[in-house]
Every structure is written in structure tokens, then in C-alpha cells.
Design a protein around this ligand. Structure first.
Ligand code: SF4
Length: 283
């Protein structure tokens, strides 16, 4: 068996992100997680939407798919359903996931397809040079909100938990080690794993950077029960807008989408057989 290392997952395309972009830390964490997970690159597919963070598959030596804005999760769902043997990772940014792709985010979380989704959250539209995004702070002045953002920011971990996600975690891109641990946990999880990574855009949103994100982050409460959705939601409420880091929730009884489909089909088959025997008993 081949022993993989991070070089095995790195392709000859050098990342084209701006120097200092948080997405470098995410790439490093994902590579390390895949090494520890132990599957070779040709058994892994990374699917992206559109945006700076969605360039990530270009820089990896796995299979990759750069899809349509906001539709990375649809492609990842279709791929995993058609090829359950592959390890499927989806990546994207906050605009891709929560604005144009918001509908798909909602349904992917509740559907529990066995994929790992990494959202690189920089609280801005970076690729289009700095417009307010769904996670931008209230009052933020951007090119699209010169008088201040009038909208409240979306908390992606809250949305994921509320929609039924069975694995929800959060990290800072400045800690590739934590990104690695949480992505590895997601890869091992049976069902959808959502990891929100705060990943600053140093070019178009320098007000959110490694120092401000560190100051705005917090630990989960001592003794936090990761198997309780109620405890997870309470932890988010009690954080009062700060970002709890680590594994927030994991459902130990998670049943992935394909097994739910099998169970539904087998139940329909049984019902159909009992209807047939009922009809036969009257004929
Ligand atoms: Fe990263 Fe921002 Fe540059 Fe895009 S524009 S590569 S998000 S720093």
C-alpha cells in the first residue's frame, strides 16, 4: 500500500490566491487531513462552486470539479450518490454557500449525503473585489454598501444545525492543525460534515484579519456535549456573536442519505408485497 504524504495531494498548479489569503491555511489543513485519512488521491474528488476559495480543487492532485456559482453542493451530492465509493469533499465561500447557493446549503444539510463541506468564510465577496456578502457585519461599508450594510449577518453554523446537519465544526484558517483535525473528523463521519473556517480576505476586507478573528473567537463551554443538538445551539446563543471553535455537534446515530433511501425502498417493497398478498387472498 502506498504511503501518501502532503506532496501526494499537491499538484503542479501553484495557488493563485493573494499572499496572506486565509485560504492557504485551509488548503494545508485539507491536505494533512487527507494524508491521515489514508485514501490515495485518485479515490478523492473535490467539488467547488465559484469564488476565490472555490479555486481550491485546481491546487490539488485529486479529481476536481469547478462547477457553477452556488451549485457545488448539488454536483457533490450527485457525484457521491452516483459514486459512493469516492470520498467527496465540497468547498466554497460564504457568498457561494449562503447567497446564490443558500437553497442548496439548506437541503444538503438536511439530506445528510455522506460528503464533507468546507466553507471558507471571509465575510466579503473577494473575487468580485469587495461587496457585502451574507456573513458581512451589520454596518460594514463596502463597494455595494457605501452607507453601511443594513443586513444582519448569517451564522452558517446556526443554519447548518437548524437544518439538521449531523456534524458541525468551526475553525480559524490560521490554525491548519485544527482545520486538519476537524476535516479528518468530517471525513470519518457518516453523513454530511460541515466545517466553517473563518478565512480572511486580506485584500478586500483587511478589517477582518487573524487578530480580529482570534479576538472574536471563543472556546466551547467546559464539558460541552457534542452529541446534543440542544447543547450546540445553546453554545452558539451563549457565544453572543463570537465564534466557538472546535467540534460543535456530531450525531453519533447519523444515518447517511443512501441508507435512508435503501430503508425507504425496502419498506415500499414490503408494503407492495403485502398489498399483492392481500389481493391474492381475495382472488
Ligand atoms: Fe484571498 Fe481576498 Fe485575494 Fe480572494 S481577493 S485570493 S479571498 S485575499
Amino acid at each position: 500500500m502506498t504511503q501518501e504524504n502532503t506532496q501526494s495531494f499537491r499538484c503542479s498548479n501553484k495557488p493563485t490566491w493573494c499572499p496572506g489569503c486565509g485560504d492557504f491555511g485551509v488548503l494545508a489543513g485539507v491536505e494533512r487531513a487527507l494524508v491521515e485519512y489514508g485514501r490515495p488521491p485518485h479515490e478523492v474528488a473535490v467539488v467547488a462552486g465559484i469564488g476565490c476559495s472555490s479555486r481550491l480543487p485546481f491546487f490539488m492532485n485529486t479529481y476536481g470539479f469547478h462547477s457553477v456559482h452556488g451549485r457545488g453542493l448539488c454536483v457533490a451530492t450527485g457525484l457521491k450518490t452516483a459514486r459512493p465509493d469516492l470520498t467527496v469533499i465540497a468547498v466554497g465561500g460564504d457568498g457561494d454557500a449562503l447567497a446564490i447557493g443558500g437553497n442548496h446549503f439548506f437541503h444538503t444539510m438536511r439530506r445528510n449525503v455522506d460528503i464533507t463541506y468546507i466553507l471558507m468564510d471571509n465575510q466579503i465577496y473577494g473575487m468580485t473585489k469587495g461587496q457585502a456578502a451574507p456573513t458581512s457585519a451589520l454596518g460594514l461599508q463596502t463597494k455595494s454598501t457605501p452607507h453601511g450594510n443594513p443586513d444582519l449577518p448569517v451564522d452558517p453554523t446556526w443554519v447548518a444545525l437548524s437544518c439538521g446537519a449531523t456534524y458541525v465544526a468551526q475553525a480559524l484558517s490560521t490554525s491548519p492543525k485544527q482545520v486538519c483535525e476537524l476535516v479528518l473528523g468530517g471525513l470519518r463521519h457518516r453523513g454530511v460534515a460541515f466545517i466553517n473556517v473563518m478565512s480572511p480576505c486580506v485584500t478586500f476586507h483587511p478589517g477582518v484579519n487573524k487578530d480580529t478573528l482570534k479576538a472574536a473567537s471563543c472556546e466551547l463551554p467546559e464539558g460541552h456535549d457534542v452529541t446534543s443538538r440542544r447543547a450546540a445551539l445553546h453554545a452558539l446563543i451563549d457565544a453572543e456573536g463570537r465564534y466557538p471553535l472546535g467540534l460543535i455537534y456530531q450525531d453519533p446515530a447519523s444515518v447517511p442519505f443512501d441508507e435512508r433511501v435503501d430503508a425507504t425502498l425496502s419498506s415500499l417493497e414490503k408494503q407492495s408485497r403485502s398489498v399483492e398478498s392481500l389481493v391474492a387472498s381475495y382472488s
